[in-house]
Design a binder for this molecule. Sequence first.
Ligand code: SF4
Length: 500
Amino acid sequence: MNLAYHDILVDLAPDIPGIKGEPENLKDAVTFLKRGTNFYDPEQYNDHISVFFEFFNSIYPYIQKESIKYMTDSADDSIVSLFEKMLSPLRTYHPDIVGFSQLILPQRELIMALAHAVKACDIPVVLGGASLWYNPEAYLSCVNHIDVSDIFDVIVYGEGEIPLKLLIQGEPLENIPSILYNSPPIIKNERECIHNLDEIPCPDFSDFSLRGYYSPEIVLPLLTSRGCYWGKCTFCTHHKSYNIYRSNSTEHVISTIKTLQTRYNASYFLIADEMVHPHRFEQLASTIQKEGLTIRMYSEAKPTNQFTLPRLQNMYAAGVRVLLWGVESGTQRILDLMNKGTTVSEIESVLRHSDTAGIWNMVFMMVHYPTQTVKEIEHDIQFLQKNARYIHTVTCSPFQLQVGSHMYENPEKFGITHIEPADQFSPVCEYSTTHAPESEFPAGSRAISDVPLYPDLPSKDYLSKKYSVECIVLSDISWYFGKMRDHLLLYADFLSDDPL
Ligand code: SF4
């Protein structure tokens, strides 16, 4: 449905009122991204991808608002038309059950509206996805005037494979793990996870129009582990989605890659693990070469000294072309506060070695960590500038305090004095801080809110803007690669010594 959503909106774009950007150029932009003969011309790429993002970024708030109105039959004609078109295969196919996956919260309104329409056709609806770890009861209730109490039949709040299989087989709800349903009252069954990931079969993409996606080559996702082997960062809640860390055996990963390559003629893979451990990477890389697989990969990793130059060269030889490093900050005090388990000097040496090995480095940064000072943010920018020659793309995100993080559980350790209760649907909380004692700050630095940097803008906005501009300036070729990681992998391969 994701592809259908985008394709239909591209067709409807010129008729949707009040949307910013160049909707009249959207079709050309999408055609270019799908099959552009000049896809690897950075100037043309950036022109087209910016048209795409300007439209889809500006239309999203409108879709969210209209989705809620759709549930009370008062949405605009263009949205009714969008939904009719998205749901038309359903009317001809008549599935026994429809499942929605809500990976991130902003998908919520659209999913609710679509599920509302599916339910009206008397088809049972199941909701799952990574964001459902937080307060899944809300999806069976009436919250903030949004009544979803009779839309979803079952909510899956853990891993979906086993619950979905049992549901389809008609198992009684009380026997199905990791689900909630409204009996009434709301019943929440025990959560279970799959301990041996090798039991899960190779993903089946045969119902997807893989050639229809917005990329000139097929790029497939590949999950080789669940959870994070580190799991200690003080801001992180990823452990809430996957509970415990588990990984596939090397043999299983290799066999999955071989199957996907043969079935779909795919050679590009986005490894979707939270982080791949350096030792696992070494094993995978060596086996991929031994088996003679010709593939290209993107993955995420934690920049520790275990990523030595020989190891990174081995990974390059196996086809790794891009690594997204969870750098977060170039300031040691902040890294320690985050409990990242990294040092600034090892981050710098990993970036250098990775670049020497021929791998593109994408750097992920975080800004506005509690107690972070203006001087420390400026120091982070200097860190990026200093290492710019080894960095291909930078992306940054503002800190968010989330229910379930170590920081949320121990606010006093981070200078947090007050936390507002979270929204029923979202784990993100508003909070206030006192500044840490002077002695905890590096000499001469002050906490962000002490400094009236710009008369008309709160200092936070000013710094975020400054930081974002730096991220754009420091990103080679395209800043959009931070969002379009399949395109990033294709470019990194195309510009490498031995492109496919
Ligand atoms: S931020 Fe990344 S490395 Fe840290 S615990 Fe979360 S997933 Fe693991």
